[in-house]
Design a protein around this ligand. Structure first.
Ligand code: BGC
Length: 733
């Protein structure tokens, strides 16, 4: 809408009265930080903002460590990877990657995963966890690190991130949302420029960070890439303006490791607050430390900027209560408690049933089961034998890189199926390589053949089987297509289980009529095999849904990592994942939000209760942005009934289409989800609280979020393409 029209609209509208609360937690933390700051010497201030190296004694065992300040009893801060658990440590839980948690669409499990992560970091005496990782958003389906985040949908990414931050910080550990921002690929990640237009930046990439900040995230890590030409950690527009001014971020910005920080004064003046790990690979070349002092002495960086950095870092420390009774660093403690239960639940409930012809699943008393594929067994060299899981040998539980975790144990499918066989008394035959003939031989006389295939990705510093972090294509690895074809040629009951960091093109597999079922195992970490058995043997009614689109071809996505060149113009704009498929009328193979169940659900009774007004956001800025953006302004509810014969859980999804008065916007966007467990015949009500921001677009002229005036279409359904209920609602003055 044009500005004048908008002002006219506004004049006609009753202004909402806004509560002006600010944020009392941060206010208190800032008051303490101010007092502490007054007691610090100049060198202590420099020490607080400068890392002293990584994972090297005598500097400290963490991936970054800063200097202590004895005058205020401030410790050498320990910052450590990563979003899936404590890296490079024994006696820890290897939590499921975030993408698997997103596949559950279960808010409690996401929050609990965060809480348990926080408990494990705290138990080891780590002050700051380097996660969660809402950027990469995952606009490129082959993006190497997408699995460390939740979903290419900003709403799902935002809710997952917020719940994780609440969980982690609820355990008294500082979370660091990373990587800020538009860090969408691994290839050339340290040089590529993400050239993003203002609206797309807000509606897709800043969106989940705003949720993290609103949840009081202590820290944000700026990314390696350039944003519109300037490195993110040297980019005042990104850090000072978007993050700190517009989104009101009260915490501190740390650099991504080593080269994300390029200069002494540039990074300081752009709004970076902590140099991590503060050195180069060899431990030398500190850009801050004495060089920051020199820059201050020469008037290149104001002293007030240093004090702002320190204030922010101390405030975060006080916010989390880390000044009182925080455990000393001890990587030797066993911190696992009963956290494996959360891994099992997410591995299981994040498994998505894609296809189930003839209701082959759950299996009904097979006598002979063939288990096929190298990923049905653990890595023969040891489940932790590859540095940072940088290989694709054996069953897959997570991708590779700094976000990987040492498995405390690993249950592969063969072991779990063998255990089931002992209980049920069926025979297991196997072929534990990817050899086609051996696979076919094992499958030939079996009642059912289960074929395990993978696709893997990770962080740029390791290349695996020709994949430099980002995947070079979306095919199954190790000729998984060929293996399935060979097995399907000799067996009529083939079940394919896919473990993957992201979407895989399944067309050759689906062309085999003997492939009766496809189970999308995702990334189940240490509970891999148990989750497979839970679903295939029907101990659970599958209830995960896809947190991304599975296309018929990689070209269908409209955006992939750029392997040649250093400019990514983000030409797809807002049209990422299902937004692109919907707008272009491309039919996906399995759409965003899709997943089968052993039962069926019926939707009815859509209710919409709206207090929303058109117009721009007008609240004071609180952590996350203008306060009113986070107010609930609409409640949508619907009845869901389990119409089948078994208990099941349904993930109902709310999508909203903006009125015509808004500038061109994707046809519909996810703006809510709710999961209900229902007995056969039972009904329940799903409820979606819609925030003002969920109804808004970013107005580039006004530089503000605006609720457009007119008719919004509300869609409630079982997936992004299986809409069951629709109604229009007018938002006007
Ligand atoms: C990664 C970060 C990680 C850091 C420390 C960087 O290369 O991008 O995600 O936290 O290393 O390991």
């Amino acid at each position: 809408m044009h500005t004048l029209k908008l002002i006219a609209t506004l004049a006609a509208c009753t202004l909402q009265v806004l509560a002006q609360n600010g944020n009392q937690d941060w206010d208190l933390a800032y008051a303490k930080a101010e007092q502490a700051l007054a007691q610090l010497s100049q060198s202590e201030k420099i020490g607080i903002v400068t890392g002293v190296g990584w994972n090297q004694q005598p500097n400290g065992p963490c991936i970054s460590n800063t200097s202590p300040a004895s005058s205020i009893n401030y410790p050498a801060l320990c910052l450590h990877d990563g979003p899936q658990g404590v890296r490079w440590a024994e006696d820890v839980t290897a939590f499921t990657p975030a993408v698997q948690a997103a596949s559950t669409w279960d808010r409690h499990l996401m929050w609990e995963r965060g809480l348990f992560l926080g408990e494990e970091f705290r138990g080891k005496g780590i002050h700051v966890i380097l996660g969660p990782a809402p950027g990469a958003l995952g606009k490129n389906p082959n993006g190497g690190r997408n699995w460390e985040g939740f979903s290419p949908d900003p709403y799902l990414q935002g809710i997952g991130t917020k719940l994780t931050v609440e969980g982690i910080q609820g355990a008294g550990v500082q979370a660091a949302a990373k990587h800020f921002i538009a860090n969408e690929q691994e290839v050339n990640r340290e040089e590529i420029s993400s050239n993003v237009d203002d609206r797309t930046m807000h509606e897709l990439y800043l969106w989940p960070f705003a949720d993290a900040i609103h949840a009081n995230v202590a820290s944000v890590m700026c990314s390696y890439n350039r944003v519109n030409g300037t490195h993110a950690c040297e980019n005042s527009e990104v850090l000072n303006h978007l993050l700190k001014d517009e989104m009101g971020f009260p915490g501190y910005v740390m650099s991504d490791w080593f080269v994300a920080q390029q200069t002494t004064s540039g990074s300081a003046n752009a709004g970076m607050d902590m140099a991590t790990p503060g050195s180069d690979w060899g431990g030398g070349n500190q850009l801050w430390g004495p060089r920051l002092q020199q820059a201050i002495d020469q008037g290149q960086v104001p002293q007030s900027r240093l004090e702002d950095m320190v204030r922010r870092i101390l405030a975060a420390w006080y916010l989390l209560g880390q000044d009182q009774g925080f455990p000393s660093i001890n990587f030797g403690r066993d911190v696992q408690a009963d956290h494996a239960a959360n891994v099992r639940a997410i591995a299981r409930d994040g498994t998505v049933l894609l296809k189930n012809d003839d209701n082959i699943l759950p299996l009904q008393s097979p006598r002979r089961v063939a288990v096929i594929g190298s990923s049905s067994v653990p890595n023969p060299n040891g489940v932790n034998s590859c540095t940072d899981h940088g290989c694709d040998r054996g069953a897959l539980g997570m991708g590779w890189g700094s976000g990987s975790v040492t498995y405390p144990y690993f249950v592969a499918p063969f072991e779990a199926i063998t255990t089931q066989a002992q209980a049920d008394g069926f025979q297991v035959v196997s072929s534990t390589t990817d050899n086609l003939n051996a696979g076919a031989t094992a499958a030939r006389d079996a009642d059912v053949a289960i074929v395990f295939i993978t696709a893997n990705s990770g962080e740029a510093y390791i290349t695996v089987e020709g994949n430099p972090g980002d995947r070079i294509n979306l095919d199954p690895w190790h000729n998984g297509n060929g293996l399935v074809e060979a097995v399907a040629a000799v067996n009529r009951n083939v079940i394919v289980v896919v473990h993957s960091t992201g979407p895989v093109v399944l067309e050759r597999i689906l062309a085999q009529p003997n492939v009766k079922a496809i189970v999308w195992g995702g990334l189940p970490s240490q509970e891999n095999g148990n989750a497979v058995v839970d679903v295939i043997w029907g101990k659970v009614n599958p209830n995960g849904k896809l947190p991304y689109t599975i296309a018929r071809s990689m070209n269908d996505y409209g955006s992939t990592s750029i392997f040649q060149g250093l400019q990514d113009n983000f030409d797809e704009g807002l049209y990422v994942d299902y937004r692109h498929f919907d707008a272009q009328g491309i039919s996906p193979r399995y759409e965003f939000g899709y997943g089968l169940s052993f039962t069926t659900f019926e939707y009815s009774d859509l209710h919409i209760d709206s207090d929303a007004f058109p117009g721009p956001a007008m609240g004071d800025t609180v952590p996350g942005g203008r306060e009113d953006l986070f107010f609930d302004v609409m409640t949508v509810s619907a009845t869901v009934k389990n119409t089948g014969n078994v208990e099941g859980a349904e993930v109902a999804q709310l999508y909203i289409s903006l009125p015509d008065s808004a500038p061109e916007t994707p046809p519909k966007q996810l703006r809510g989800f709710d999961k209900l467990r229902l007995a056969p015949g039972e009904s329940g009500v799903v409820t979606f609280e819609v925030r003002q921001k969920d109804l808004s677009y970013w107005d580039v002229e006004l530089q503000n979020w605006v609720v457009p005036m007119g008719t919004f279409r509300i869609h409630v359904g079982a997936s992004s393409r299986d809409i069951r209920l629709q109604e229009d609602v007018d938002i006007k003055c």
